[in-house]
Design a protein around this ligand. Structure first.
Ligand code: CA
Length: 231
């Protein structure tokens, strides 16, 4: 994971930094709220460790700014010396995801961060994908194109979902195969035939084929995220 530590106590920050880095995480650290906020707003982190009592901007104020003003939903694990229920509730109200009271075990910090990261990734993976007039709801496995339902076999759904995650990007055959077949080995003829089924179904329902073959490389979804298709 890529983790941001925002903590003004140098000894605690160094302990966290060394422990997390030695466990294979990439770590950035800030000693005050302003630097922490800047890092959190400009870089992509998997989780943030945030001290409640910081000089300048408090942990709660930072949390609130991230959530309400910057709309950043990176999981936040709040650290605090104060062991009262009230602080805990205030932290959650301001957008923290979890809470640890100092002194804490480093292993516990890592376990909580992993759990938050997993939960957050799960939520992201469960979000409905929308690309122009094409939508995919992973919770129901359903696809709609030009406001009509598209019936597809599961492998075709996985292929399409992968391409919808980055419209306009060319996906190689290998990437598509490993997404659709997971562990099973199948030949490229099978990918081609699933692509054919997928494209035919989309064309039938929507009146056009939004997938393009990029010869020698793979396939690409040609509709853009916000503009509906225009001929
Ligand atoms: Ca502090």
């Amino acid at each position: 994971m890529h983790i941001l530590i925002i903590e003004d106590d140098m000894a605690i920050a160094a302990n966290l930094y060394d422990f997390l880095e030695s466990h294979g995480h990439s770590v950035d650290a800030a000693a005050d709220g302003a630097v922490g906020l800047h890092l959190a707003a400009t870089q992509q982190f998997d989780a943030i460790l945030l001290d409640l009592g910081l000089p300048g901007m408090s942990g709660l104020a930072l949390c609130q700014k991230l959530r309400n003003e910057l709309r950043i939903d990176t999981p936040i694990l709040m650290l605090t010396a104060r062991d009262t229920l009230e602080d805990k509730l205030t932290g959650f109200e301001h957008g923290a995801d979890d809470y640890l009271v100092k002194p804490f075990a480093l292993k516990e910090v890592e376990a909580r961060l992993s759990a938050l990261h997993k939960r957050h990734s799960g939520r992201v993976a469960n979000r409905t994908l929308e690309v122009g007039n094409l939508t995919y709801d992973p919770k129901t496995f359903s696809i709609r194109f030009e406001n009509k339902d598209v019936k597809l076999p599961p492998k075709c759904v996985r292929l399409l979902a992968l391409m919808m995650s980055e419209p306009g990007r060319v996906f190689s055959r290998k990437e598509l195969e490993s997404e659709a077949w997971e562990d099973t080995q199948e030949t490229s003829d099978t990918l081609r035939s699933h692509m054919h089924v997928l494209r035919r179904a989309l064309s039938r329902v929507g009146g056009y084929d939004p997938i393009e073959t990029v010869h020698g490389i793979g396939y690409c979804l040609t509709i853009s995220r916000d503009k509906p298709h225009q001929d």
